[in-house]
Every structure is written in C-alpha cells, then in structure tokens.
Ligand binder design. Structure first.
Ligand SMILES: [Zn+2]
Length: 503
C-alpha cells in the first residue's frame, strides 16, 4: 500500500485531471474568502467545506499544507463591479454601524460557521485592509512596467498586454467574451480591463480611503488575493481554490496581474499557480445562491430548525464537488437520518483510533491483521485501499461515504478493523464521527416549520386543556396533554398561562 493511489485533481487550468505532485516541502494553498458585509449563506460555505476536503486529502497523503483564506473587508464594490460603493460601506450605512464593526461582526459569523462545520483552521486569515500599502506597491510596479493606464476613475490593468489573458476561463484570444458582470467604464480600452485602483470621484469621499499615486481611493477587489497570497505563500504556490463563479473573472484577473508582476520584465513566467480547483454551486430552487440576492438560508437557520451542522456537511459531501447540488429540506432530512444511523452504529466503537494519514491507517491495519482471522484482515485492507482510491480520484467523497456504509454492514470485519476503517473515512470526511452523539441528531422541528393548520390544532388543544383545568376536569386535562405529547409538543404551565414548544 506504501503511498497508495496517485493523488489526482481536476485542474481548471487546462480542464483536465492531472497527477498532483507537490513542488515544495510545504504545499501552499490559497482559498478566496468571504466579503464580510453580510452573513455567509449555505452556498458560500460549500467553498470552505470543499477546500477543507482538499486539505484532508493532502494530509491523508502525508503532504504538509500551508493554507491561507483571505477576509475581504475593503475594495469589493457592489455587484462585483469595478466602480461604485463598497459592499462594506453600503452595509455600514444601512445597518448604521461603522465599517469596522460590520467587518468584525460578519468575520465572526464566518468563523462560527467554519467551526460548526468542522473545517480545519487555516494558517492565516489575512484582512485586505491590512495590506493596502503592499497593494499600492504592487500596482505601482505594474504601472512602471507598462501594464496599466490611468483614467479619472482609477488605474486599470491593460489586458491587451497579456497574451495569455483569459486562459483559465478559456476566453477566446480576441473574442474577450463579455462577462455578465462587466460594467461600462468611461475610457476603458477593453471590456476585460479591470481596476487595480479605484480613485474617488469628485465630491465623493469614501469612508475607507488611502492616498496613492492615483489619488485618494481604494484598491480594486482582485488585487488583494494576488498581493496577500504572494506575501504569505511566496511568488509561486501549488493550489488555489474557490467557487466556480470566480473562474470566469476574479481568478482570471488574479492570474493576469500576478504573472505580469512576477514576469520582472522578462515577458514570460511559469504559471503563477499550478492547480486551480473550483467547486460548483449549491442551488436553491433554480437560482444560484448569491449573497447579493438576499434571503438565502444560512447555517444558523438550519440549526434553529433542529438540524445538526454535520447533516449539512454530509449533504454536501454526498455530492461530488464538481456537481451542482440542489438544496432541499428533503435532501437535508435524508442527510440527517443517514448521519443519525452512522452515529448509532459507530457510538459503540468509541474511542476511534487516530488514522489521519494513509500511512497511519495502514500501520494500524497491519498490526491488527497479525492477530485477526484472514478474511477480516483482507476486508479491512480492501476497504482502506478503496477509501484511498476514492480520495485520490479527484476527491470522491460520495464513494467514501458508500464505503463507510459498506464497512458498517460487513460481517467479516473485526471490531478493530471497523474502527480503523471508520477513523480513516472520517479523517477525510470530517464529520466528527469519533464524538458524534446520536442524541444530538433526533429530528427536531421548530414551531416556525408548522403549517397554519397544525398550529391551529395545537393552539386548540392547549386552550381546551386550560379550560378543562379551570373546570377541574383533571382526567380530560391529562388526556389532552397526552394528545399534545403525541404531537411532539412540550407544554409548560407558567404564571402567565401555558407555553408550548416542539421537542
Ligand atoms: Zn480571490
């Protein structure tokens, strides 16, 4: 089993499956983080469960990773355009809070969701606002090398200077397909040209503003990821991840400006980043879950409705990261039920051993094989090999889930063999199966989920019981209480009368 199956990823750069072999002792990995002006919704969080799966796959293969996730707290204009108000400044005005308060609050909400979803912490979470001097220096370097031009609205990157522009998005050479979100900017030479610096308009004073060679203003949104990733991971690194929506515009522009910066006047550099991995959308109904659309559900909505955060994680991992997923309560109910069955079955196996790497799992299995009957040892070895093959084949988490369920049904596996296989599967899935308590996974509904008819029925039973008590008809009161109990209603008598909630 030694190193197992060759790790392979689908590289958006070239659109094909490639062997992943680290280029350095520590693999640098950068994930585009949130713009912290609103709560992250469920669709946003798919990107971080995905990058976490990449992390876990690399760890499984014994590869050391340095992971960076940025926090965009400045520079991201509304509707992802190059001009107009910042999302942060707009949110601050709407919520009557300072920009710093808005950023701190929603950054906290993001970290809460990462923790609830059992996402391994990144090494760094750089804030864009802390890197503005470096961004100015970066843009000034591009200007010195002739990659830019100035307009009254700011400093623009001249995409005509980059013969490889749009390679990632597979834009045609001169076609420069107009991205949906590209807006009209007076004087811009090509529609693909983008702002490195957004200069304040006359009479418009930004809240977050810096002086620069191009006047007072703020950096363009794309700039921060190039500057912070190079600052924290070095000029070239191995893996960049993000949602599929970034593949067409944001990442295209990150590549263009970074390769121009690194070219150092020599005209050509090796690709800035070797592997570009993108997760597909989470669909809510027919619409993409875009935060700007508002009203998209977030993790706290699920937990308030009685779902365990790991049920959402399991739901995500039940689909391949390159497939669109439809978010429905039926699918989430099924995920919670599956998770509960897993927890019930795995609970008696606690404590699980540590098997975060293939090497550790294989060593455990070999030691067990020396004492166990042959069929059990063979079955455990085959399951571990299957798990390794699945993660190596472009992160097939659905396959690992299926193998885990096979293992739990396999009559020839020994208890120790099953423990090892379960621990190995969960090191990759990150469902926290080593500590999950089935009691935390009882299907609960909140009163908010009741239909008007169900609510009326409960209210009527509660009122009837109150009346029966007032008439000292204790038998009938108890009978009605039992009926409510059957409906999952928990009744508490208070000085102000009875209050009820769903269990
Ligand atoms: Zn980015």
């Amino acid at each position: 089993m030694a190193n197992g199956h060759q790790l392979r990823f689908y590289n958006s750069l070239g659109r094909q499956i490639e062997d992943f072999v680290p280029s350095a002792a520590v693999t640098g990995m950068y994930t585009c983080g949130p713009t912290v002006y609103a709560y992250p919704h469920l669709g946003n969080m798919r990107a971080y469960v995905f990058s976490d799966t990449v992390r876990r796959a690399l760890r499984w293969k014994g590869i050391t990773v340095r992971h960076v996730i940025n926090i965009t707290d400045v520079g991201h204009a509304v509707a992802d355009t190059d001009t107009g108000e910042d999302k942060l400044e707009l949110a601050a005005a709407t919520e009557r809070r300072s920009v710093a308060e808005i950023a701190a609050f929603y950054t906290g909400a993001f970290f809460d969701d990462l923790a609830a979803l059992n996402v391994l912490p990144a090494a760094e979470y750089p804030r864009a606002s802390a890197y503005v001097p470096q961004m100015i220096e970066f843009a000034a370097t591009l200007e010195k090398r002739g990659y830019t031009y100035r307009l009254p609205s700011g400093l623009y990157f001249d995409t005509a200077r980059d013969p490889r522009y749009g390679e990632l998005a597979q834009l045609h050479a001169e076609g420069q397909r107009e991205a949906a979100r590209v807006e009209q900017v007076a004087g811009r030479r090509r529609k693909t040209d983008f702002a490195l610096w957004r200069t304040e308009g006359p009479g418009r004073r930004r809240v977050m503003r810096w002086d620069s060679p191009w006047g007072w203003g703020a950096p363009g949104w794309h700039l921060e990821c190039s500057v912070m990733s190079i600052a924290l991971l070095g000029p070239h690194f191995d893996i960049h991840t993000g949602g599929i929506d970034h593949r067409e515009l944001h990442h295209v522009n990150e590549i263009a400006q970074s390769e121009a910066y690194l070219a150092d006047g020599q005209g050509w550099v090796p690709p800035w980043v070797r592997f570009w991995l993108h997760n597909e959308f989470l669909q809510l109904g027919a619409a993409k879950m875009a935060k700007s659309a508002g009203g998209a559900p977030r993790l706290a909505d699920l937990t308030a409705a009685g779902y365990h955060p790991m049920a959402f994680r399991l739901f995500l991992l039940g689909g391949h990261y390159r497939s669109q997923l439809d978010f429905t309560t039926t699918a989430l109910d099924a995920a919670q039920a599956t998770l509960r069955r897993l927890a019930v079955r795995i609970r008696p196996l606690h404590p699980l051993p540590a098997a975060e790497t293939l090497a550790a799992a294989a060593t455990l299995q070999a030691a067990q094989a020396a004492q166990a009957a042959q069929p059990g040892a063979r079955a455990a070895a085959a399951l571990l090999d299957g798990i390794d093959a699945a993660i190596a084949a472009d992160l097939s988490t659905p396959r690992i889930l299926a193998l885990l369920q096979d293992a739990l049904r396999d009559p020839v596996l020994t208890q120790d063999g099953l423990r090892t296989v379960t621990a190995a599967a969960d090191a990759l899935l990150g469902l926290g199966l080593a500590t999950l308590d089935p009691a935390d996974l009882e299907q609960r509904r909140s009163a908010a989920d009741l239909t008007a008819g169900e609510r009326d029925q409960i209210e009527r039973l509660v009122a009837d019981r109150t009346q029966a008590r007032q008439q000292h008809d204790w038998a009938r009161a108890d009978q009605l209480r039992a009926r409510l109990d059957d409906l999952g209603v928990q009744l508490t008598d208070t000085a102000e009368g009875p209050v009820w909630q769903l269990r």
